[in-house]
Design a protein around this ligand. Structure first.
Ligand code: NA7
Length: 535
């Protein structure tokens, strides 16, 4: 591979997170010339940017790791059940070194536009550093939770103190000792950062709009024996991951919640709770994500745990979710979240009963009073699934823009490809299982599929692959039908786009599970890429 930047590579990959890195590795193995553009100054994607204190993966580390290299699996040793961000970032950096990936990546560079030239059958890619690159394949590895959502709040520019977003935490860290700190947002990021901020701040005010369900992570150092055992059986474990619903091996529940007596249910939930996993409580019974009454039994179990932990009954009630079924918004995993509200210097402000009216120079004003703050932390989330893709000016055939084509919600075939956009692939794109699964399992499956497709084209002397509109329509109908059989569409969440004002409300992930989805994708490939036109 030449050392000078290639202006006409075979493939451009956008993003050098877990998806982009593996895609680079696979395409190189095919002998392709690949350019990767990455906005950050180093590899890592999500794990490069989200450096807030307490940032941690909510999937267990020995499952949240690449499976493609048995050597890598043996060389790397995770220290905790749930790895913290610095450890995951070190892992990704290790992978980049181990497979010599950095030399293929142009850092500090954002891809701003990608236009398809129908005559040349190539994408013209432009960057914010003024580079232009012509490529046959364009692979978006831009991440599902990478475009931060601005906290639409009036007066924000007036605030005189420091402002930080959890998704863009300063690399040098932030010292909050002795400060009056405010946090807005109580999703996964907020729930992780709040106990840590409470350790530092003199006074911590949490502004909560919607309480979320959180389960204790029961995080702990991994035992020598578990590591040895997993390392000895990694192949079987990986196969089980791929064969599972969410990319995490787990016996699927077959019973309805109402087949058990209330006492038996309580015992089942207690066992699930002790797992310290996202999948525990919602996976306790087969009908929790389908039947509102079954769901309520699980929700009430968690509310009772909140009441156990929080001394003040009024605060416990404010922290208790009541307006969406448990599991339909991504549940959170925490370490000491609810307990934090027992601390003298921590206060909870309920924005439902006292709405935030504006940000002022000295702090936050609600309908009831003003809160003076030195630092404001936004844990307000992301324009999930589509934000990073639509941030690029992508134009396909006939000048069709992705933004316009998706104006009523994203349209994809398998979450992998878009009709009208030949040779464009989206790794873990909308309507693939993506965020409803262990991301890394879904990433590897997509990257492998894309790599096979590119290699199939070459082997058959073809230059162009494009999803047909019909296949896209049929896939979206299937995905919507599957989604509508569950409670997921009922919740206002980033799964449905409801967290971003004006965003079309569509369930953005496929609920069929990674095993069924993988079979679907394999079938498509085995049938000579049915639903695609190949030219
Ligand atoms: P989330 O889960 O989208 O949480 C964002 C939080 O911020 C949520 O509590 C929101 O309340 C709150 N929010 C957002 N905008 C506002 C405004 N304007 N005012 C008040 N409160 C606001 O994002 P996270 O970063 O925590 O987690 C994203 C995923 O990353 C997570 O699920 C894991 O998969 C990893 P709302 O619920 O909208 O009322």
């Amino acid at each position: 591979e030449p050392n000078f930047p290639e202006a006409e590579p075979d493939a451009v990959v956008v993003g050098a997170g877990l998806a982009g890195l593996y895609q680079l590795h696979r395409l190189r193995e095919l002998g392709l010339r690949v350019r990767v553009f990455e906005n950050g100054s180093d590899v890592g994607g999500t794990w490069y940017w989200n450096r807030y204190p307490g940032a941690r993966c909510d999937v267990e580390s020995m499952s949240y790791s690449y499976s493609f290299s048995p050597e890598l699996e043996q060389e790397w040793t995770w220290t905790e059940k749930y790895a913290a961000q610095p450890e995951i970032l070190r892992y990704i950096q290790y992978v980049a070194e181990r497979f010599d990936l950095r030399r293929g990546i142009t850092f500090d560079t954002r891809v701003t536009e990608a236009h398809y030239d129908e005559n040349a059958h190539r994408w013209l890619v432009r960057t914010d550093t003024g580079e232009s690159v012509s490529t046959r394949f364009l692979i978006m590895a831009t991440g599902c939770l990478s475009a931060s959502k601005p906290p639409e709040l009036p007066g924000i520019e007036r605030f005189g103190g420091a402002v930080h977003h959890t998704g863009r935490w300063p690399h040098e860290g932030v010292d909050l000792t002795g400060q009056r700190v405010g946090v807005i947002g109580t999703g996964s990021s907020g729930i992780q950062v709040i106990p840590e901020l409470a350790e530092q701040a003199a006074e911590l005010t949490v502004f909560q709009r919607t309480p979320n369900f959180s389960m204790p992570a029961f995080n702990r150092p991994l035992r020598e024996t578990e590591i040895t055992e997993r390392k000895a059986n990694y192949r079987q474990w990986r196969a089980a991951q791929r064969d599972s619903y969410a990319g995490v091996p787990r016996q699927p529940a077959e019973r309805s919640a109402f087949e058990d007596s209330p006492e038996q249910r309580e015992e089942t939930y207690r066992q699930s709770w002790r797992e310290g996993s996202l999948f525990g409580i919602p996976g306790s019974y087969a009908d929790i994500l389908v039947d509102p009454a079954a769901n309520e039994t699980a929700a009430e179990f968690v509310r009772a745990r909140i009441r156990d932990k929080v001394h003040d009954p009024e605060i416990a009630e404010t922290l208790s979710p009541r307006d969406f079924p448990i599991g339909t918004k991504r549940p959170c995993l925490d370490t000491g979240y609810y307990e934090t509200f027992n601390r003298e210097h921590v206060r909870l402000v309920d924005l439902r009963s006292t709405p935030l009216t504006e940000i002022v120079e000295t702090g936050v004003r609600t309908s009831r009073r003003e809160y003076e703050l030195d630092t404001l932390v936004f844990a307000t989330g992301f324009d999930a699934m589509t934000g990073a893709l639509e941030a690029v000016d992508v134009r396909g055939r006939d000048g069709r823009t992705l933004r316009e084509y998706w104006s009523a919600g994203p349209r994809t075939y398998l979450g992998l490809a878009v009709s009208g956009f030949p040779n464009l692939f989206t790794v873990t794109g909308p309507t693939s299982p993506s965020v409803l699964s262990n991301m890394i399992v879904s990433i590897e499956q997509h990257v492998d599929w894309i790599t096979d497709c590119v290699s199939y084209l070459a082997a058959n002397g073809l230059t162009e692959v494009e999803a047909t509109e019909r296949a896209e329509r049929e896939w979206l109908n299937h995905a919507a039908e599957a989604g509508n059989a569950t409670l997921y569409p009922t919740a206002d969440s980033w799964y449905t786009g409801a967290n971003v004002p004006g965003k079309p409300r569509v369930l953005l992930a496929y609920v069929g599970g990674v095993a069924a989805y993988r079979q679907w994708c394999e079938q498509v490939a085995d049938n000579g890429y049915s639903g695609f036109s190949l030219r």
